[in-house]
Write a protein that binds this ligand. Sequence first.
Ligand SMILES: [Ca+2]
Length: 552
Amino acid sequence: MQDFRALRTLFAVALLCLSTGLSAAIQLTPVVPSGLSSPVFAGHAGDGTNRLFIIEQAGVIRVLQPGASVPTTFLDIHTKILSGGERGLLGLAFHPGYETNGRFFVYYTRISNGDIVIAEYGVSGNPNVANTTETVLLTIPHSTYTNHNGGMLAFGSDNYLYIGVGDGGSGNDPPNNAQNINVLLGKILRVDVDHPDTGAGTPYSSPSDNPYFGATPGRDEIFSIGWRNPWRFSFDRVTTPWVQWVADVGQGAREEVDTPIVKGGNYGWRVYEGFACTGNDPSLCNPANYLFPIFDYTHSGGRCSITGGYVYRGTQGALPAGTYVYGDYCSGEIFAWDGATQTVLLDTTMNISSFGEDEQGELYVVNLGGSLSKIEPSTPCTYDIAPTSHSFGASGGTGTVGVTAGSGCNWTAVANATWIHVTSGANGSANGSVGYSVDANTSSSARSGTVTIAGKPFTVNQSGAVACTYSIAPTSAPYTKTGGTGSVAVTAPGGCGWTAVSNVAWITITGGASGSGNGTVNYSVGPYGGPSKKRNGTETIAGKTFSVQQTR
Ligand SMILES: [Ca+2]
Protein backbone atom coordinates (compact mmCIF):
# COMPACT_ATOMS: atom_id res chain seq x y z
CA MET A 1 0.00 0.00 0.00
CA GLN A 2 1.59 3.22 -1.06
CA ASP A 3 -0.95 5.34 0.68
CA PHE A 4 -4.55 5.21 1.68
CA ARG A 5 -6.33 7.53 -0.63
CA ALA A 6 -9.87 8.79 -0.58
CA LEU A 7 -12.13 5.92 0.23
CA ARG A 8 -14.16 4.57 -2.57
CA THR A 9 -16.78 2.37 -1.06
CA LEU A 10 -18.52 1.23 -4.17
CA PHE A 11 -17.17 -1.78 -5.81
CA ALA A 12 -18.14 -3.57 -8.89
CA VAL A 13 -18.87 -7.20 -9.19
CA ALA A 14 -18.14 -8.02 -12.74
CA LEU A 15 -17.47 -11.07 -14.75
CA LEU A 16 -14.49 -11.25 -16.93
CA CYS A 17 -13.08 -14.07 -18.91
CA LEU A 18 -9.35 -14.25 -18.98
CA SER A 19 -7.98 -13.52 -22.36
CA THR A 20 -4.73 -15.41 -22.12
CA GLY A 21 -3.14 -18.17 -20.19
CA LEU A 22 -5.99 -18.93 -17.88
CA SER A 23 -9.49 -20.02 -18.63
CA ALA A 24 -11.26 -18.90 -15.52
CA ALA A 25 -13.66 -16.25 -14.45
CA ILE A 26 -14.20 -14.97 -10.95
CA GLN A 27 -16.74 -12.97 -9.11
CA LEU A 28 -16.59 -11.28 -5.74
CA THR A 29 -19.12 -12.38 -3.19
CA PRO A 30 -19.45 -9.93 -0.31
CA VAL A 31 -18.74 -11.63 3.00
CA VAL A 32 -18.79 -8.50 5.12
CA PRO A 33 -20.59 -6.17 2.71
CA SER A 34 -19.88 -2.99 4.63
CA GLY A 35 -19.23 -1.53 8.02
CA LEU A 36 -15.60 -2.41 8.55
CA SER A 37 -13.41 0.50 9.57
CA SER A 38 -10.44 0.67 7.20
CA PRO A 39 -9.77 -3.07 7.07
CA VAL A 40 -6.20 -3.89 6.07
CA PHE A 41 -5.93 -7.66 6.47
CA ALA A 42 -7.94 -10.88 6.74
CA GLY A 43 -6.75 -14.31 7.69
CA HIS A 44 -7.49 -17.46 9.62
CA ALA A 45 -6.26 -19.05 12.82
CA GLY A 46 -5.64 -22.51 11.40
CA ASP A 47 -7.58 -23.98 14.30
CA GLY A 48 -10.32 -25.72 12.36
CA THR A 49 -13.02 -23.20 13.29
CA ASN A 50 -13.12 -21.64 9.82
CA ARG A 51 -13.34 -18.21 11.37
CA LEU A 52 -11.91 -15.19 9.63
CA PHE A 53 -9.99 -12.52 11.50
CA ILE A 54 -10.03 -9.03 10.09
CA ILE A 55 -7.72 -6.20 11.04
CA GLU A 56 -9.09 -2.69 11.26
CA GLN A 57 -6.26 -0.25 10.80
CA ALA A 58 -6.91 1.84 13.89
CA GLY A 59 -6.19 -1.11 16.13
CA VAL A 60 -9.02 -3.63 16.29
CA ILE A 61 -9.11 -7.27 15.27
CA ARG A 62 -12.57 -8.53 14.42
CA VAL A 63 -13.58 -12.17 14.27
CA LEU A 64 -16.14 -13.40 11.76
CA GLN A 65 -17.93 -16.68 12.37
CA PRO A 66 -18.53 -18.98 9.40
CA GLY A 67 -21.62 -17.80 7.56
CA ALA A 68 -21.87 -14.55 9.49
CA SER A 69 -21.67 -11.15 7.87
CA VAL A 70 -21.09 -9.04 10.95
CA PRO A 71 -17.86 -9.62 12.88
CA THR A 72 -17.34 -9.14 16.57
CA THR A 73 -14.37 -7.72 18.43
CA PHE A 74 -11.58 -10.17 19.10
CA LEU A 75 -8.98 -7.67 20.28
CA ASP A 76 -9.02 -3.90 20.66
CA ILE A 77 -5.60 -2.33 21.16
CA HIS A 78 -6.27 0.97 19.46
CA THR A 79 -4.88 2.89 22.43
CA LYS A 80 -1.44 1.46 21.65
CA ILE A 81 -1.51 2.36 18.01
CA LEU A 82 -0.61 5.33 15.86
CA SER A 83 -2.89 5.01 12.86
CA GLY A 84 -3.40 6.87 9.62
CA GLY A 85 -1.80 6.86 6.20
CA GLU A 86 0.37 3.77 6.12
CA ARG A 87 0.48 3.46 9.89
CA GLY A 88 -1.74 1.43 12.13
CA LEU A 89 -2.35 -2.14 13.14
CA LEU A 90 -1.00 -3.76 10.03
CA GLY A 91 -0.29 -7.45 10.46
CA LEU A 92 -1.52 -10.57 12.24
CA ALA A 93 -0.22 -14.12 12.36
CA PHE A 94 -1.47 -17.04 14.39
CA HIS A 95 1.03 -19.45 15.84
CA PRO A 96 1.08 -22.80 13.99
CA GLY A 97 0.00 -24.34 17.30
CA TYR A 98 -2.72 -21.77 17.95
CA GLU A 99 -5.41 -24.40 18.37
CA THR A 100 -3.70 -25.60 21.52
CA ASN A 101 -1.57 -22.66 22.67
CA GLY A 102 -3.75 -19.68 21.69
CA ARG A 103 -0.72 -17.58 20.73
CA PHE A 104 -0.85 -14.95 18.02
CA PHE A 105 1.27 -12.05 16.89
CA VAL A 106 0.55 -8.54 15.69
CA TYR A 107 2.46 -5.86 13.81
CA TYR A 108 1.71 -2.21 14.46
CA THR A 109 3.11 1.30 14.63
CA ARG A 110 3.02 2.48 18.20
CA ILE A 111 1.21 5.49 19.55
CA SER A 112 4.16 7.32 21.00
CA ASN A 113 6.35 7.77 17.93
CA GLY A 114 5.41 5.43 15.10
CA ASP A 115 8.06 2.85 15.85
CA ILE A 116 7.24 -0.62 14.60
CA VAL A 117 6.21 -3.13 17.23
CA ILE A 118 5.92 -6.89 16.86
CA ALA A 119 4.00 -8.20 19.85
CA GLU A 120 2.44 -11.39 21.12
CA TYR A 121 -1.06 -11.83 22.47
CA GLY A 122 -3.13 -14.81 23.50
CA VAL A 123 -6.72 -15.92 23.36
CA SER A 124 -8.84 -15.80 26.52
CA GLY A 125 -11.12 -18.52 27.86
CA ASN A 126 -13.62 -17.29 25.27
CA PRO A 127 -12.34 -18.40 21.86
CA ASN A 128 -13.76 -15.25 20.29
CA VAL A 129 -12.06 -12.82 22.65
CA ALA A 130 -8.33 -12.26 23.13
CA ASN A 131 -6.53 -11.24 26.27
CA THR A 132 -5.15 -7.72 26.17
CA THR A 133 -1.93 -8.74 27.88
CA GLU A 134 0.91 -7.88 25.54
CA THR A 135 4.41 -9.23 25.20
CA VAL A 136 6.54 -7.10 22.92
CA LEU A 137 8.94 -9.18 20.87
CA LEU A 138 10.65 -6.53 18.87
CA THR A 139 10.59 -2.78 18.40
CA ILE A 140 12.07 -1.28 15.25
CA PRO A 141 12.74 2.46 15.22
CA HIS A 142 10.62 4.07 12.50
CA SER A 143 9.79 7.53 13.70
CA THR A 144 11.42 9.63 10.99
CA TYR A 145 8.89 9.08 8.19
CA THR A 146 5.29 7.91 8.27
CA ASN A 147 5.47 5.67 5.22
CA HIS A 148 6.99 2.30 4.36
CA ASN A 149 6.27 0.52 7.59
CA GLY A 150 5.89 -2.86 5.95
CA GLY A 151 3.41 -4.79 8.05
CA MET A 152 3.22 -8.45 7.10
CA LEU A 153 3.57 -11.33 9.52
CA ALA A 154 3.30 -14.98 8.60
CA PHE A 155 4.68 -18.29 9.74
CA GLY A 156 6.62 -20.42 7.31
CA SER A 157 6.55 -24.18 7.14
CA ASP A 158 9.67 -24.06 9.33
CA ASN A 159 7.42 -22.67 12.08
CA TYR A 160 9.45 -19.46 12.18
CA LEU A 161 7.76 -16.08 12.08
CA TYR A 162 8.56 -14.02 9.01
CA ILE A 163 8.27 -10.24 9.29
CA GLY A 164 8.17 -7.82 6.34
CA VAL A 165 9.69 -4.46 7.31
CA GLY A 166 9.65 -1.35 5.13
CA ASP A 167 12.71 0.75 4.41
CA GLY A 168 11.94 3.52 6.86
CA GLY A 169 10.13 5.81 4.51
CA SER A 170 10.45 8.99 2.51
CA GLY A 171 11.40 8.31 -1.12
CA ASN A 172 14.39 6.44 -2.50
CA ASP A 173 15.40 5.26 0.99
CA PRO A 174 17.59 8.25 1.96
CA PRO A 175 19.57 6.40 4.69
CA ASN A 176 20.00 3.40 2.37
CA ASN A 177 18.45 1.17 5.02
CA ALA A 178 17.39 -1.66 2.72
CA GLN A 179 21.00 -2.47 1.77
CA ASN A 180 22.29 -1.98 5.34
CA ILE A 181 22.52 -5.34 7.10
CA ASN A 182 22.94 -3.63 10.46
CA VAL A 183 19.38 -2.28 10.55
CA LEU A 184 16.11 -4.17 10.38
CA LEU A 185 14.45 -1.71 8.00
CA GLY A 186 13.95 -2.78 4.40
CA LYS A 187 14.25 -6.45 5.33
CA ILE A 188 12.32 -9.62 5.76
CA LEU A 189 13.12 -11.00 9.18
CA ARG A 190 12.79 -14.54 10.44
CA VAL A 191 12.57 -15.30 14.15
CA ASP A 192 11.84 -18.26 16.39
CA VAL A 193 9.04 -17.36 18.78
CA ASP A 194 9.21 -20.70 20.60
CA HIS A 195 12.71 -20.22 22.00
CA PRO A 196 13.48 -17.01 23.86
CA ASP A 197 17.04 -15.78 23.67
CA THR A 198 17.94 -15.67 27.34
CA GLY A 199 21.34 -14.21 26.61
CA ALA A 200 19.94 -11.30 24.67
CA GLY A 201 16.90 -11.09 26.90
CA THR A 202 14.48 -11.27 24.00
CA PRO A 203 11.30 -13.38 23.96
CA TYR A 204 12.38 -14.71 20.58
CA SER A 205 15.60 -16.01 19.14
CA SER A 206 17.06 -15.94 15.67
CA PRO A 207 17.44 -19.27 13.89
CA SER A 208 21.10 -20.18 13.75
CA ASP A 209 20.91 -20.61 9.99
CA ASN A 210 19.80 -17.04 9.42
CA PRO A 211 22.34 -15.52 7.02
CA TYR A 212 23.86 -13.00 9.44
CA PHE A 213 23.51 -15.09 12.57
CA GLY A 214 26.03 -14.83 15.34
CA ALA A 215 29.51 -13.64 14.52
CA THR A 216 28.63 -13.03 10.90
CA PRO A 217 28.31 -9.26 10.55
CA GLY A 218 24.73 -8.08 10.32
CA ARG A 219 21.54 -8.37 12.35
CA ASP A 220 20.75 -11.94 13.34
CA GLU A 221 17.03 -11.54 12.62
CA ILE A 222 17.50 -10.78 8.93
CA PHE A 223 16.41 -13.39 6.38
CA SER A 224 16.56 -11.37 3.15
CA ILE A 225 17.45 -7.79 2.23
CA GLY A 226 16.83 -5.13 -0.37
CA TRP A 227 13.13 -4.51 0.26
CA ARG A 228 11.40 -1.18 -0.12
CA ASN A 229 7.98 -1.87 1.36
CA PRO A 230 7.04 -5.54 1.38
CA TRP A 231 3.52 -4.71 2.51
CA ARG A 232 2.18 -8.18 1.84
CA PHE A 233 3.84 -11.52 1.37
CA SER A 234 2.54 -15.05 1.62
CA PHE A 235 3.54 -18.67 1.59
CA ASP A 236 2.35 -21.19 -0.95
CA ARG A 237 0.82 -23.77 1.35
CA VAL A 238 1.32 -26.84 -0.82
CA THR A 239 4.97 -26.52 -1.74
CA THR A 240 7.61 -28.19 0.41
CA PRO A 241 8.94 -26.16 2.04
CA TRP A 242 6.36 -23.45 1.59
CA VAL A 243 7.61 -21.04 -1.04
CA GLN A 244 7.47 -17.39 -0.08
CA TRP A 245 5.99 -14.83 -2.47
CA VAL A 246 6.74 -11.17 -1.76
CA ALA A 247 5.11 -8.19 -3.41
CA ASP A 248 7.39 -5.19 -2.97
CA VAL A 249 5.76 -1.80 -3.45
CA GLY A 250 7.72 0.30 -5.90
CA GLN A 251 8.87 3.91 -5.81
CA GLY A 252 7.45 5.65 -8.82
CA ALA A 253 7.81 3.27 -11.69
CA ARG A 254 7.63 -0.46 -11.02
CA GLU A 255 5.75 -2.87 -8.79
CA GLU A 256 7.40 -6.24 -8.32
CA VAL A 257 6.74 -9.79 -7.22
CA ASP A 258 9.57 -11.95 -6.02
CA THR A 259 9.66 -15.69 -5.50
CA PRO A 260 11.09 -17.90 -4.23
CA ILE A 261 12.73 -15.91 -1.47
CA VAL A 262 16.21 -17.16 -0.84
CA LYS A 263 17.81 -17.01 2.57
CA GLY A 264 20.32 -14.19 2.46
CA GLY A 265 19.00 -12.97 -0.87
CA ASN A 266 19.39 -9.33 -1.86
CA TYR A 267 16.27 -8.23 -3.75
CA GLY A 268 17.71 -5.02 -5.02
CA TRP A 269 16.17 -1.93 -3.48
CA ARG A 270 17.30 0.89 -3.54
CA VAL A 271 19.68 -0.02 -6.32
CA TYR A 272 16.96 -1.61 -8.41
CA GLU A 273 13.25 -0.97 -8.61
CA GLY A 274 11.82 -4.04 -10.25
CA PHE A 275 14.16 -4.82 -13.10
CA ALA A 276 15.20 -1.18 -13.48
CA CYS A 277 18.39 0.39 -12.18
CA THR A 278 17.08 3.29 -10.13
CA GLY A 279 19.97 5.69 -10.45
CA ASN A 280 20.15 5.97 -6.67
CA ASP A 281 23.45 4.15 -6.77
CA PRO A 282 24.12 3.67 -10.46
CA SER A 283 27.61 2.32 -9.92
CA LEU A 284 26.08 -0.59 -8.00
CA CYS A 285 23.81 -1.70 -10.82
CA ASN A 286 25.54 -4.99 -11.44
CA PRO A 287 22.79 -7.58 -11.96
CA ALA A 288 25.03 -10.38 -10.74
CA ASN A 289 24.80 -9.03 -7.21
CA TYR A 290 21.03 -9.06 -6.87
CA LEU A 291 18.02 -11.28 -7.16
CA PHE A 292 15.33 -10.03 -9.49
CA PRO A 293 11.55 -10.30 -9.51
CA ILE A 294 9.77 -13.01 -11.44
CA PHE A 295 7.88 -10.10 -12.94
CA ASP A 296 7.20 -6.43 -12.45
CA TYR A 297 4.63 -4.05 -13.86
CA THR A 298 4.66 -0.33 -14.53
CA HIS A 299 2.37 2.46 -13.42
CA SER A 300 0.45 2.67 -16.66
CA GLY A 301 -3.32 2.73 -16.55
CA GLY A 302 -3.58 4.22 -13.08
CA ARG A 303 -1.63 1.47 -11.38
CA CYS A 304 0.55 2.68 -8.53
CA SER A 305 1.01 0.22 -5.69
CA ILE A 306 0.99 -3.55 -5.60
CA THR A 307 -0.99 -5.37 -2.96
CA GLY A 308 0.49 -8.82 -2.65
CA GLY A 309 -1.78 -11.82 -2.42
CA TYR A 310 -1.67 -15.58 -2.38
CA VAL A 311 -1.03 -18.59 -4.51
CA TYR A 312 -4.46 -20.11 -4.99
CA ARG A 313 -4.75 -23.57 -3.48
CA GLY A 314 -8.46 -23.66 -2.76
CA THR A 315 -10.77 -26.41 -3.92
CA GLN A 316 -13.83 -24.57 -5.20
CA GLY A 317 -12.11 -23.96 -8.50
CA ALA A 318 -12.16 -20.20 -8.45
CA LEU A 319 -8.86 -20.28 -10.29
CA PRO A 320 -6.41 -22.83 -11.58
CA ALA A 321 -4.33 -24.25 -8.76
CA GLY A 322 -1.05 -22.43 -8.39
CA THR A 323 -2.26 -19.10 -9.72
CA TYR A 324 -0.77 -16.16 -7.83
CA VAL A 325 -3.52 -13.62 -7.11
CA TYR A 326 -2.66 -10.02 -6.26
CA GLY A 327 -3.90 -6.53 -6.91
CA ASP A 328 -3.14 -2.89 -7.34
CA TYR A 329 -4.25 -0.48 -4.64
CA CYS A 330 -4.84 2.42 -7.00
CA SER A 331 -6.36 0.78 -10.06
CA GLY A 332 -8.48 -1.67 -8.08
CA GLU A 333 -7.50 -4.42 -10.45
CA ILE A 334 -7.21 -7.99 -9.28
CA PHE A 335 -4.51 -9.81 -11.19
CA ALA A 336 -3.52 -13.39 -11.83
CA TRP A 337 0.00 -14.52 -12.55
CA ASP A 338 0.01 -17.97 -14.16
CA GLY A 339 3.77 -18.31 -14.24
CA ALA A 340 4.17 -16.45 -17.51
CA THR A 341 1.55 -13.78 -17.92
CA GLN A 342 -0.16 -11.14 -15.85
CA THR A 343 -3.90 -11.12 -16.47
CA VAL A 344 -6.56 -8.81 -15.10
CA LEU A 345 -9.10 -11.08 -13.41
CA LEU A 346 -11.39 -8.27 -12.37
CA ASP A 347 -11.24 -4.49 -12.51
CA THR A 348 -12.90 -3.13 -9.39
CA THR A 349 -13.32 0.32 -7.88
CA MET A 350 -12.02 -0.93 -4.55
CA ASN A 351 -8.95 0.27 -2.73
CA ILE A 352 -7.49 -3.18 -2.28
CA SER A 353 -5.58 -3.03 0.98
CA SER A 354 -4.92 -6.74 1.25
CA PHE A 355 -5.89 -10.21 0.28
CA GLY A 356 -6.73 -12.92 2.74
CA GLU A 357 -6.83 -16.69 2.84
CA ASP A 358 -9.15 -18.98 4.76
CA GLU A 359 -8.50 -22.45 6.10
CA GLN A 360 -9.65 -24.03 2.83
CA GLY A 361 -7.28 -21.89 0.81
CA GLU A 362 -10.04 -19.75 -0.63
CA LEU A 363 -9.09 -16.14 -1.16
CA TYR A 364 -10.62 -12.87 -0.05
CA VAL A 365 -10.23 -9.27 -1.08
CA VAL A 366 -10.00 -6.62 1.62
CA ASN A 367 -11.37 -3.25 0.57
CA LEU A 368 -10.08 -0.37 2.65
CA GLY A 369 -13.48 1.22 2.07
CA GLY A 370 -14.98 -1.19 4.55
CA SER A 371 -15.80 -4.52 3.00
CA LEU A 372 -14.49 -8.05 2.70
CA SER A 373 -15.32 -10.18 -0.33
CA LYS A 374 -14.62 -13.76 -1.27
CA ILE A 375 -13.20 -14.67 -4.65
CA GLU A 376 -15.46 -17.30 -6.16
CA PRO A 377 -15.93 -18.87 -9.58
CA SER A 378 -18.23 -16.81 -11.71
CA THR A 379 -21.77 -18.07 -11.85
CA PRO A 380 -22.17 -20.59 -14.67
CA CYS A 381 -24.03 -19.18 -17.61
CA THR A 382 -27.76 -19.83 -17.60
CA TYR A 383 -30.08 -19.03 -20.47
CA ASP A 384 -33.79 -18.46 -20.90
CA ILE A 385 -35.82 -17.69 -23.97
CA ALA A 386 -39.32 -16.27 -24.33
CA PRO A 387 -41.61 -17.19 -25.89
CA THR A 388 -40.75 -20.85 -26.35
CA SER A 389 -43.08 -21.38 -29.29
CA HIS A 390 -45.21 -19.55 -31.83
CA SER A 391 -47.86 -20.63 -34.33
CA PHE A 392 -48.24 -19.28 -37.84
CA GLY A 393 -50.85 -19.63 -40.56
CA ALA A 394 -50.00 -21.18 -43.92
CA SER A 395 -48.90 -17.82 -45.23
CA GLY A 396 -45.97 -17.68 -42.76
CA GLY A 397 -44.61 -14.51 -41.17
CA THR A 398 -41.94 -13.16 -38.87
CA GLY A 399 -41.30 -13.03 -35.14
CA THR A 400 -38.75 -12.43 -32.41
CA VAL A 401 -37.59 -14.41 -29.42
CA GLY A 402 -36.07 -12.74 -26.36
CA VAL A 403 -32.93 -14.24 -24.79
CA THR A 404 -32.03 -13.75 -21.15
CA ALA A 405 -28.40 -14.55 -20.28
CA GLY A 406 -25.75 -13.39 -17.89
CA SER A 407 -23.08 -10.88 -18.78
CA GLY A 408 -20.40 -12.51 -20.85
CA CYS A 409 -22.57 -15.52 -21.61
CA ASN A 410 -22.54 -16.15 -25.35
CA TRP A 411 -25.21 -17.93 -27.39
CA THR A 412 -26.27 -18.75 -30.92
CA ALA A 413 -29.53 -19.20 -32.81
CA VAL A 414 -29.80 -21.92 -35.46
CA ALA A 415 -32.89 -22.89 -37.44
CA ASN A 416 -33.40 -26.61 -37.79
CA ALA A 417 -35.87 -26.46 -40.73
CA THR A 418 -35.31 -25.06 -44.20
CA TRP A 419 -38.55 -23.09 -44.07
CA ILE A 420 -37.51 -21.15 -40.93
CA HIS A 421 -34.84 -18.47 -41.29
CA VAL A 422 -32.91 -16.67 -38.54
CA THR A 423 -32.86 -13.08 -39.77
CA SER A 424 -31.09 -11.41 -36.83
CA GLY A 425 -29.35 -12.40 -33.61
CA ALA A 426 -27.69 -15.54 -34.94
CA ASN A 427 -24.93 -14.80 -32.44
CA GLY A 428 -25.36 -12.94 -29.19
CA SER A 429 -24.03 -12.32 -25.71
CA ALA A 430 -25.91 -11.57 -22.50
CA ASN A 431 -29.51 -10.40 -23.02
CA GLY A 432 -30.67 -10.07 -26.61
CA SER A 433 -33.22 -11.13 -29.18
CA VAL A 434 -33.47 -13.32 -32.23
CA GLY A 435 -35.49 -12.40 -35.32
CA TYR A 436 -36.82 -15.08 -37.65
CA SER A 437 -39.10 -15.57 -40.62
CA VAL A 438 -41.34 -18.47 -41.62
CA ASP A 439 -42.01 -19.34 -45.25
CA ALA A 440 -45.52 -19.88 -46.58
CA ASN A 441 -46.68 -23.46 -46.30
CA THR A 442 -47.90 -24.63 -49.70
CA SER A 443 -48.67 -28.07 -48.44
CA SER A 444 -52.03 -28.88 -47.04
CA SER A 445 -50.27 -30.55 -44.13
CA ALA A 446 -49.47 -28.67 -40.93
CA ARG A 447 -45.80 -28.70 -39.98
CA SER A 448 -43.55 -28.01 -37.02
CA GLY A 449 -39.91 -26.97 -36.78
CA THR A 450 -37.51 -25.61 -34.21
CA VAL A 451 -34.90 -22.94 -33.81
CA THR A 452 -32.25 -23.78 -31.23
CA ILE A 453 -31.66 -20.52 -29.37
CA ALA A 454 -29.11 -20.38 -26.54
CA GLY A 455 -29.40 -24.12 -26.31
CA LYS A 456 -33.16 -24.03 -25.88
CA PRO A 457 -35.69 -25.23 -28.48
CA PHE A 458 -38.00 -22.60 -29.87
CA THR A 459 -40.88 -24.35 -31.63
CA VAL A 460 -42.57 -22.99 -34.74
CA ASN A 461 -45.93 -24.50 -35.62
CA GLN A 462 -47.51 -23.75 -38.97
CA SER A 463 -50.88 -24.83 -40.26
CA GLY A 464 -51.22 -26.41 -43.72
CA ALA A 465 -52.70 -24.65 -46.71
CA VAL A 466 -56.51 -24.85 -47.00
CA ALA A 467 -57.63 -28.47 -47.49
CA CYS A 468 -58.03 -29.51 -51.15
CA THR A 469 -61.63 -30.18 -52.01
CA TYR A 470 -62.75 -30.65 -55.60
CA SER A 471 -65.92 -30.42 -57.50
CA ILE A 472 -66.71 -30.69 -61.20
CA ALA A 473 -69.58 -29.44 -63.27
CA PRO A 474 -71.32 -30.85 -65.08
CA THR A 475 -70.97 -34.41 -63.93
CA SER A 476 -72.33 -35.97 -67.07
CA ALA A 477 -73.15 -35.25 -70.69
CA PRO A 478 -75.16 -37.08 -73.47
CA TYR A 479 -73.97 -37.49 -77.05
CA THR A 480 -75.59 -38.77 -80.21
CA LYS A 481 -73.94 -41.10 -82.70
CA THR A 482 -71.86 -38.35 -84.23
CA GLY A 483 -70.08 -37.63 -80.91
CA GLY A 484 -68.60 -34.18 -80.31
CA THR A 485 -66.68 -32.16 -77.79
CA GLY A 486 -67.29 -30.82 -74.32
CA SER A 487 -65.75 -29.34 -71.25
CA VAL A 488 -65.92 -29.84 -67.55
CA ALA A 489 -65.20 -27.08 -65.04
CA VAL A 490 -63.03 -28.03 -62.07
CA THR A 491 -63.38 -26.04 -58.86
CA ALA A 492 -60.48 -26.37 -56.37
CA PRO A 493 -58.57 -24.11 -53.97
CA GLY A 494 -55.37 -22.54 -55.22
CA GLY A 495 -52.44 -24.87 -54.99
CA CYS A 496 -54.62 -27.98 -55.11
CA GLY A 497 -53.51 -30.09 -58.01
CA TRP A 498 -55.61 -32.48 -60.04
CA THR A 499 -55.60 -34.59 -63.18
CA ALA A 500 -58.10 -35.66 -65.80
CA VAL A 501 -57.99 -39.06 -67.49
CA SER A 502 -60.32 -40.85 -69.76
CA ASN A 503 -61.29 -44.36 -68.86
CA VAL A 504 -62.35 -45.39 -72.38
CA ALA A 505 -60.68 -45.16 -75.77
CA TRP A 506 -63.49 -43.22 -77.43
CA ILE A 507 -63.24 -40.25 -75.08
CA THR A 508 -60.10 -38.20 -75.49
CA ILE A 509 -58.86 -35.53 -73.12
CA THR A 510 -57.93 -32.64 -75.35
CA GLY A 511 -57.08 -30.03 -72.76
CA GLY A 512 -56.56 -29.71 -69.02
CA ALA A 513 -55.16 -33.16 -68.44
CA SER A 514 -53.70 -31.68 -65.28
CA GLY A 515 -54.22 -28.47 -63.37
CA SER A 516 -54.14 -26.68 -60.09
CA GLY A 517 -56.91 -24.72 -58.51
CA ASN A 518 -59.82 -23.84 -60.76
CA GLY A 519 -59.58 -25.05 -64.31
CA THR A 520 -61.26 -26.60 -67.30
CA VAL A 521 -60.98 -30.03 -68.87
CA ASN A 522 -61.77 -30.36 -72.57
CA TYR A 523 -62.54 -33.62 -74.25
CA SER A 524 -63.88 -35.12 -77.42
CA VAL A 525 -66.24 -38.03 -77.98
CA GLY A 526 -65.83 -40.14 -81.08
CA PRO A 527 -68.71 -41.28 -83.41
CA TYR A 528 -70.60 -44.41 -82.49
CA GLY A 529 -72.17 -47.07 -84.65
CA GLY A 530 -72.05 -50.15 -82.50
CA PRO A 531 -74.54 -52.91 -82.18
CA SER A 532 -75.87 -51.71 -78.86
CA LYS A 533 -78.30 -48.92 -78.58
CA LYS A 534 -75.92 -46.94 -76.45
CA ARG A 535 -72.55 -46.96 -74.73
CA ASN A 536 -71.33 -45.45 -71.45
CA GLY A 537 -67.90 -44.13 -70.56
CA THR A 538 -66.29 -42.06 -67.86
CA GLU A 539 -63.53 -39.60 -67.25
CA THR A 540 -61.92 -39.27 -63.85
CA ILE A 541 -61.45 -35.57 -63.23
CA ALA A 542 -60.00 -34.32 -59.93
CA GLY A 543 -60.96 -37.61 -58.41
CA LYS A 544 -64.54 -37.23 -59.52
CA THR A 545 -66.36 -39.26 -62.15
CA PHE A 546 -67.66 -37.52 -65.25
CA SER A 547 -70.11 -39.76 -67.15
CA VAL A 548 -70.71 -39.78 -70.89
CA GLN A 549 -73.65 -41.63 -72.50
CA GLN A 550 -73.69 -41.91 -76.26
CA THR A 551 -76.60 -43.24 -78.34
CA ARG A 552 -76.56 -44.47 -81.92
CA1 LIG B 1 25.17 -11.25 13.16
